[in-house]
Design a protein around this ligand. Structure first.
Ligand SMILES: [Zn+2]
Ligand SMILES: [Zn+2]
Length: 323
């Protein structure tokens, strides 16, 4: 099954590369980057498949059982822009020309220093190197790392200054997953790539892992009244689970402290698997669908911006303690 999917994907990648990407790369005089362009085509294909699934499957689900009516289409359009920037590779392309050369040098240096690359799939030869088993193993590791990153985004004030942009969406839909501050994305993606290198994830598996995680995350932001039942909710994260994390005053704040000020904290930080939240006592399995947003938007009218640039600028100002 994995092999079949891999082959089909490879064939589609080859076709897209030859029909569209390669001619563009040569026309732009970037023939020396043709190998990188082939890898980038893989990501572009992933993004196109994700967008197709969102529009064809998750969109109709949202119209079938919405949690709340759509009242703010402009806010959704901004989220669509974030999604296109990320899933069609604009952000990745920017990283390629800025950070990637640094990263390549760093990892190359570590290798020449004799720091042998560890391969998690060699843990139990004959078992953990079976494609499906290693995929699940990597998924587990990445999901735990994602949980840790997300806890940190809420724990540290400076990181919350950036991550709160993600939470300021009051009209949450399947487009909201990529609504993040670009610095926040940069930090997150850097950590994920470092972990991938550290445990030796092969590039093909890495693309599949990221693709699967992103699609799941988009689904969990959907304006969709869906929960998996008391057992199912404890096996896999649902739109209900993540919406509780976005709920004002519940998901991302502890109850007000004695001084009346809300403290950072919260519940349901998990990305795919709810186990980490269960393990660390941060899971909330109540079947509730509350309004989403940040408390200070409602109580103090704090402005997080409407359009892409104002949201990015205000994020920087929050980081500097000026907004
Ligand atoms: Zn969060
Ligand atoms: Zn979210």
């Amino acid at each position: 099954m994995m092999d079949f999917l891999g082959d089909a994907f490879g064939a589609a990648q080859q076709w897209l590369f030859e029909a569209v990407v390669q001619p563009v790369v040569f026309a732009a005089g970037l023939g020396n980057l043709v190998e990188d362009a082939f890898d980038a085509t893989g990501w572009l294909l992933v993004g196109l498949l994700q967008l197709a699934l969102l529009v064809a499957v998750v969109g109709p689900l949202q119209r079938w059982r919405p949690v709340e009516p759509v009242t703010d289409r402009a806010a959704i359009r901004t989220d669509i822009l974030y999604t296109l920037i990320h899933r069609l590779g604009v952000f990745r392309l920017a990283l390629f020309f800025t950070l990637d050369p640094l990263a390549d040098e760093l990892f190359g240096f570590l290798r020449t220093q004799g720091i042998a690359t560890f391969h998690l799939d060699q843990l139990w030869p004959g078992v953990t190197d079976i494609a499906l088993v290693s995929f699940l193993l990597y998924l587990l590791v990445f999901d735990f790392v994602e949980y840790g990153i997300h806890r940190a985004q809420h724990q540290w004030g400076w990181w919350w200054a950036l991550h709160s942009l993600h939470h300021s969406q009051r009209q949450m839909t399947m487009w909201s997953d990529n609504r993040n501050h670009l610095l926040d994305d940069l930090l997150h993606d850097t950590l994920i790539v470092v972990v991938a290198q550290a445990i030796g994830v092969p590039p093909g598996q890495f693309v599949a892992l990221v693709a699967f995680t992103q699609l799941s995350e988009s689904f969990q932001h959907a304006n969709l009244k869906l929960w998996y039942g008391s057992v199912g909710e404890r096996l896999w994260i649902s739109p209900r689970f993540h919406r509780v994390h976005h709920a004002i005053g519940i998901g991302h704040e502890s109850p007000a402290a004695a001084d009346g000020k809300p403290r950072l904290g919260g519940v349901n930080f998990g990305v795919l698997l709810p186990y980490w939240d269960m393990l660390f006592g941060t899971a909330n399995f109540e079947c509730r669908f509350d309004a989403t947003g940040v408390r200070d938007q409602v109580e103090q009218g704090r402005d997080y911006g409407r359009g892409f640039w104002s949201q990015q600028w205000l994020g920087l100002k929050r980081l500097g303690g000026r907004a």
